[in-house]
Design a protein around this ligand. Structure first.
Ligand SMILES: [Zn+2]
Length: 494
């Protein structure tokens, strides 16, 4: 039985599965982070759970990682356009707070949600506003090398200078994305050209502004990621992740300007991985759509953050997922069953890598073939482009498998959780009790429950115990906890 499968990842650059081999001892990983002008919603957080899954897979394979997640606190225009107002400045005006307050507040919220979802902290969370001088230097070099032209609205990258422009998005040289770029920019030569520097419009003074050779203004959004990633991971690094929407525009532009800047004929970053959207109803959950649910909404409704994580990992990161109440209910129920089965096995051993799991389970010394088989299944699953649904299935098998030794079972559970990050070593069943507030009920639901309670009272009065018990069971199914008091029955939701 072979264990230790080669890690294969789906590279958006070329759209194919490839063996992952880091260029140096420590793999460099950059994930496009949030623009901190509003609460991150559930769909936004999917991208970070995906990046965390990748990190855990690399750790499992014994590959050390340096992970950078940027915080965009300046430069990101409303609707991702080249000109116009910044998202943060609009938010500051709306909330009557300073731009710095807005950025600090929503950065904290983002980090709190990361922690709640058990996402391993990044090594660095660079703030774009702290790197503006480096961004200006970067743009100056592109300017000097003839990759740019200047307009009143700023300094633009000339995409006609890059014969490979748009490869990541599978664009033709003419730029098939033209239809998607509705914004008219006066003087722009090609619709694919993008702003490296966004100059202040006359009479419209920005709140966050820097002086540059192209006038007072702010950096372009794409420039930020190129500069911060190179500053913290070196000029070339291994992996770049983001939501699938970044594949068509943001990452295309990051690549164009970075390869022009480096000019060494080598690909800037070798592996580009993109996570799919979360669908709410039929719509992609984009922050700008407004009103999309947040993690805090779920926890207030009685769901554990790990139920959301399990829901996400129940789908592959490259598949769209539909977020529904039924799906999150099912995830919470599955998690409750997992925790109940894991509890008697505690304490779980500390396992982070395949090598540790093999050693602790006894599989390495052939003492536990059943554990070895399950660890092989888990390793094969993670190596096949991070197949988390298969890891969850193997975890469930491990909890049912009678042939496993207790140590083997503990090791397999700990191994699966090192990749899934559900916190099975410490989650308590009580954490997963689902308490719903009465305000969650619709008027019709409340009415139906009140009727059942009254029917039961009547049945008891008539000494019809069978019927009273039957109604009680019905109420129980609805999640109603009924208590008989001298004043009559009172009820609450479980
Ligand atoms: Zn980015």
């Amino acid at each position: 039985m072979s264990t230790n499968h080669e890690l294969r990842l789906y590279n958006s650059l070329g759209r194919r599965m490839e063996d992952f081999v880091p260029a140096a001892e420590v793999a460099g990983l950059y994930s496009c982070g949030p623009t901190v002008y509003a609460y991150p919603h559930l769909g936004n957080m999917r991208a970070y759970v995906f990046a965390d899954t990748l990190r855990r897979a690399l750790r499992w394979k014994g590959i050390p990682v340096r992970h950078v997640v940027n915080i965009t606190d300046v430069g990101h225009a409303v609707a991702d356009t080249e000109t116009g107002e910044d998202k943060l400045e609009v938010a500051a005006a709306r909330e009557r707070r300073s731009v710095l307050d807005i950025a600090a507040y929503y950065t904290d919220v983002f980090l709190v949600d990361n922690a709640a979802l058990n996402i391993l902290p990044a090594d660095e969370y660079p703030r774009a506003s702290a790197y503006v001088e480096q961004m200006i230097e970067f743009a100056k070099k592109l300017d000097k090398d003839g990759f740019t032209y200047q307009l009143p609205s700023g300094l633009y990258f000339d995409t006609s200078r890059d014969p490979h422009y748009g490869e990541l998005a599978l664009m033709s040289a003419e730029g098939q994305l033209e239809a998607a770029r509705l914004e008219h920019v006066e003087g722009r030569r090609r619709k694919t050209d993008f702003a490296l520097w966004r100059a202040e419009e006359p009479g419209k003074r920005r709140v966050l502004r820097w002086d540059s050779p192209w006038g007072w203004g702010a950096p372009g959004w794409h420039l930020e990621c190129s500069v911060m990633s190179m500053a913290l991971l070196g000029q070339h690094f291994d992996l770049h992740t983001g939501g699938v929407d970044h594949r068509e525009l943001h990452h295309v532009n990051e690549i164009a300007q970075s390869q022009a800047f480096l000019g060494d004929g080598r690909p800037w970053v070798r592996y580009w991985l993109h996570g799919e959207f979360l669908q709410l109803g039929a719509e992609k959950m984009a922050k700008s759509a407004g009103g999309a649910p947040r993690l805090a909404d779920l926890t207030e409704a009685g769901y554990h953050p790990m139920a959301y994580r399990l829901f996400l990992l129940g789908g592959h990161y490259r598949s769209q997922l539909d977020f529904t109440t039924a799906a999150i209910d099912a995830a919470q129920a599955t998690l409750r069953r997992l925790v109940a089965r894991v509890q008697p096995l505690r304490p779980l051993p500390s396992v982070e890598t395949l090598a540790e799991a093999l050693l602790i389970s006894g599989a390495a010394t052939q003492h536990d073939p059943a554990a070895q088989r399950l660890l092989d299944t888990i390793d094969a699953a993670v190596a096949a482009d991070l197949s988390t649904p298969k890891i969850i299935a193997a975890l469930q098998d491990a909890l049912r498998e009678p042939a496993l030794t207790p140590d083997g079972q503990r090791a397999v559970v700990a191994a699966a959780d090192a990749l899934l990050g559900l916190g099975l070593a410490t989650l308590e069943p009580a954490d997963l009790e689902h308490h719903r507030a009465l305000t969650d009920l619709s008027a019709a639901e409340k009415h139906a429950i009140t009727e059942l309670v009254a029917d039961r009272t009547q049945a008891r009065k008539e000494r019809d115990w069978a019927r009273a018990d039957q109604i009680r069971a019905q109420l129980d199914e609805l999640g109603v906890i009924l208590t008989d008091t001298p004043e009559g029955p009172v009820w609450q939701l479980r």
